[in-house]
Design a binder for this molecule. Structure first.
Ligand code: ADP
Ligand code: ZN
Ligand code: ZN
Length: 745
């Protein structure tokens, strides 16, 4: 018996399989999708791998034997392997990296962690600063990063510290031994979303608009018909109710559903509604689960104990069989695109899966992405629409406030305009709730010297540091590097160091000054670090008599509070000032979503958008709630400027610590592409290679090439050959190839 194995081998990043002989004792248990340990290389070092095929013959005469089978069951099915193969080809990653998306959580780190662990400082912040500076000086980066993260917030889940903040288990362990930090376990209720917690609900009688959509979905489901559908429904039109009823039907037909949401921890209300309807037949996968909890959910799905998976992007890879519908809510959200390898887009993966599963794909949004809406217009998707709120309620009345007049005409220095102040006052007076949105976090964005203009930058990344008031420190949002706040300019010594911009903390202070009796809740990354942080704040907002919820992007999405009648957008300009072809689309959707939080109950809502560009077209369309007009305007511009969906943008990034190697490699790739462009009409233009806008992150130099081409699929062969060539002899550089990325820095 012969098996083809794909290895988990860092040096062997290329997409290759190796043949092994299966010893007699293991033949019974061997199957495609099994994890195995095999000898590799000169020294026959034991390396882990996954069996991807069991061919009759091998082209090699002598094969080494498999040493061991790991685990009792295959970790992925042949069907999943097919998908992984497709992913590795489409998104330029190794097969093993693709498989890792689909295998049980913690597969390689060892599971058994039944409780989530939380890490906090055991020493005061000043001492922590001293120790971390010493660690930095000794190049103990992982340890320094752990301390930096903890200086910034009271406690952090261990998993998050390692996954997102650049720490390591060894680093945490050693800091704990030294007594610098504490690791506490919190006994987690195994079923993270215990059904008893939520009221059970039953289906509402659909409105006439909902009924049309539901009937259409029923006909697909009942006839086992594969169809791709885009549902555009204004905020409050009752899209979620449509999902719930469609899923109920899918379950009745003996099938299962996958429901993706942009960021599960931001949408506790959505989870409540799903668990309320389907009880323990729902598995919820979200980033705050410990590895053990995640594994439990994974196993429940695999064993067929649940019918519905609700989760963020990666839940598309849940081991769900027999899928009847895949739903992506808020389909326009950028979080559906992975910005780390494998750089997949969940919509594309869901499309592929809905084809192989022959099931319904339902994309939904109040503000569909221009690309998907275009696809609906040209017939790739069926377009269904809901244009009214479920209770026939009016859309909020939106007013634009020109901030240019605030200082000069109104003599008002506050970031909250007099008009908005008056509306807040009115809401406080009648006891209605207000949501205020600011597109930033921290106390202020960056720090600079008033004498010489020096901006305090991160030493490892070419990016400005952000000031955080609570810990009186500066931190880098790219790598987490943290330093004490400066009192003098490091360049010229001047004492006039100044903070630019306005953050949520500053607005909170301002609100406390203006409305001393109002109860204000702040929701941003600093106040929601802890597990269930969002839910706690939202519960407070709902139950206690909090008056104002102030926050970043987190307050713009999915919230359904009937008592909220006023929404204020404090600085619309920061939402529009994205240097990217999607700027208008993002701005429009953000403004529409946040205004849509107002007036969802019986009392009509109102919204105020503060801006320095009152005549901006995007703001105007958002004020009128006119998606169709926005789309018509935007698609013309995209066509004129030749942007997606009329072309694809391909982003090629070479990174590495050795700047010369990075530069040389990127030039080689650039030359090769220019050569191809001559003979290939598909490529319109090549920009670069040149240092990327952020030239360095974590001491890695970054060179970028941007391609514009008619069709990414037609460019695939060229890119694949570039990728393979690089992976075969990569020593000092890393190559990333991404199509239509969200971030192009
Ligand atoms: P959307 O997701 O489109 O913004 P939701 O699904 O959140 O809208 O619905 C808004 C509110 O309307 C929710 O509180 C929901 O429970 C309620 N709702 C939706 N459909 C109905 C219906 N047919 N009858 C009564 N209430 C409904
Ligand atoms: Zn200076
Ligand atoms: Zn940095």
């Amino acid at each position: 018996m012969i098996v083809k194995v794909v290895l988990n081998n860092k040096e062997q990043n290329i997409d290759r399989t190796f043949d092994y002989e299966v010893p007699e004792g293991l033949e019974d248990k061997m199957a495609v999708g099994m994890r195995v340990l095999v000898p590799f290389g000169f020294r026959n070092k034991g390396v882990e791998g996954i069996v991807v095929a069991m061919p009759q013959t091998s082209e090699f005469d002598v094969l080494k034997p498999v040493s061991k089978i790991i685990g009792k069951e295959p970790v992925c099915s042949p069907k999943t392997l097919e998908l992984c193969l497709w992913i590795s080809k489409k998104y330029f990653c190794s097969l093993y990296q693709a498989i890792r998306l689909t295998t049980p959580p913690g597969m390689t780190s060892g599971i058994g962690e039944k409780t989530a662990k939380f890490v906090s400082l055991a020493i005061d912040r000043d001492t922590a600063f001293e120790i971390k500076d010493e660690l930095r000086a000794k190049n103990n980066t992982a340890r320094a990063r752990v301390l930096e993260a903890l200086i910034m917030s009271d406690n952090i889940p261990l998993a998050k510290l390692i996954k997102e903040r650049g720490g390591s288990y060894t680093a945490v362990h050693s800091l704990q031994e030294k007594g610098y930090i504490r690791v506490d376990t919190e006994q987690i209720v195994r079923e993270a979303y215990n059904e008893k917690k939520y009221e059970r609900t039953t289906a509402y009688t659909p409105t006439s608009e909902q009924k049309v959509v539901i009937d259409h979905l029923y006909s697909c489901i009942d006839e086992n018909r594969h169809e791709k559908i885009l549902l555009r429904g204004v905020t409050g039109s009752g899209k979620t109710e449509v999902f719930l009823q469609a899923i109920e039907r899918v379950i009745k037909m003996g099938k299962n559903a996958i429901m993706l949401v942009p960021e599960i921890s931001l949408t506790p209300q959505m989870v409540q509604r799903f668990v309320g309807r389907f009880g323990n037949r729902v598995a919820v996968i979200h980033s705050a689960l410990s590895v053990g909890e995640r594994f439990d959910e994974w196993s429940r799905i695999k064993k067929g104990e649940v019918n519905v998976v609700v989760g963020a992007r990666s839940a598309i890879f849940a081991p769900m069989e027999n899928i009847g519908i895949i739903i992506l809510d808020e389909e326009h959200e950028t979080s559906y695109k992975s910005e780390t390898t494998p750089r997949y887009h969940a919509i594309e993966v869901a499309e592929k899966m809905s084809e192989t599963e022959n099931c319904v794909l339902l994309l939904a949004s109040a503000t569909p992405s221009v690309t998907e809406y275009y696809k609906a217009k040209i017939g790739v998707y069926t377009l269904l629409e809901m244009t009214k709120r479920y209770n026939e309620g009016a859309m909020p009345n939106v007013k634009i406030v020109d901030m240019r007049g605030e200082l000069f005409d109104n003599k008002n220095r506050s970031p909250i305009s007099l008009a908005l102040q008056a509306e807040i006052k009115r809401n406080l007076f009648v006891g209605q709730k207000t949501i205020l949105f600011l597109n930033r976090r921290g106390y202020s964005t960056f720090v600079s010297c008033r004498e010489c203009g020096e901006v305090i930058n991160c030493p490892d990344c070419s990016i400005a540091m952000t000031y955080h008031k609570k810990s009186d420190s500066l931190s880098c949002h790219y790598c987490g590097y943290t330093m004490r706040n400066v009192t003098a300019c490091p360049e010229c010594g001047s004492k006039y160091v100044r903070y630019f911009g306005t953050g949520t903390q500053k607005i909170e202070e301002e609100l406390n000054n203006l409305f001393p009796d109002a109860k204000v809740l702040r929701m941003d990354t600093d106040t929601t670090f802890q597990k269930g942080g969002h839910e706690k704040i939202l519960d407070k907002f709902k139950n206690e008599d909090a008056d104002i919820l102030l926050g970043t992007q987190m307050v713009t999405k999915g919230l359904d509070f009937h008592e909220v009648t006023l929404v204020g957008v404090l600085a619309a300009d920061t939402a529009l000032a994205v240097d990217d072809f999607r700027a208008n689309e993002r701005g429009f959707s953000l403004l529409t979503q946040v205004c849509g939080r107002a007036g969802r109950g019986d009392v009509p809502g109102r919204a105020i958008i503060q801006t320095y560009q009152p005549f901006n077209a995007t703001i105007k369309f958002a004020k009128e709630h006119d998606y169709e007009a926005f789309y018509k305007n935007e698609i013309l511009q995209r066509k004129r400027l030749n942007y997606p969906p009329f072309c694809d943008i391909i982003y090629i990034m070479v990174t590495g610590e050795d700047e010369n190697a990075v530069k040389t490699r990127s030039e080689e790739i650039g030359d090769e592409l220019k050569r191809c462009m001559k003979s290939d009409g598909n490529i319109f233009s090549i920009l670069g290679p040149a240092p990327a806008p952020i030239e360095k992150i974590r001491n890695n130099y970054r060179y970028r090439i941007l391609l514009k081409c008619k069709n990414k699929d037609d460019a695939h062969d060229i890119l694949e050959s570039i990728y393979e060539l690089h992976e075969k002899n990569n020593k000092k550089t890393f190559l990333t190839i991404d199509t239509n990325p969200i971030n192009m820095y």
